[in-house]
Design a protein around this ligand. Sequence first.
Ligand code: MG
Length: 162
Amino acid sequence: MISKTMEEALNKQVNREYYSAYLYLAMSAYFESITMKGFAKWMRIQVKEEQAHGDKFFDYILARGGKVTLGTIEAPKSKWASPGKVFEEVCLHEQKVTGMINALVDLAIKEKDHATFEMLQWFVKEQVEEEEHASGILAQVTCVGDVPGHLFYLDHHLGKRE
Ligand code: MG
């Protein structure tokens, strides 16, 4: 069994992971609106990853005999000034998520909940990758600037994500 405090914290994280999916879905719609199909596809794959993160917390709560309680998912914004601004936000968002995962690890340590601590290590590693990918693409977008030809090349490149 997990404690009520841990159950509540993990339920909150289910919501946050689904919010991440929703945010990236909004970003995908933005990229579609400016005909950046590759960026849009990259974001759609990101949406699936975030849903899988939410599912992982969901399944873990159940596996530990906890109760899943789903809350309202906040509406994300729908407009950005440029592809660069989107990736600035992705970087900040992923740093924020890393902070949330770290806070959950702190709680698991405080509660001497070894199973949850162990489960969270997957997310600790995942966040290293998420931040690396986001900052890598931000660097590329910044590098090509607003040159349309270069931006379309990057769009084509990102569209190859499987
Ligand atoms: Mg996530």
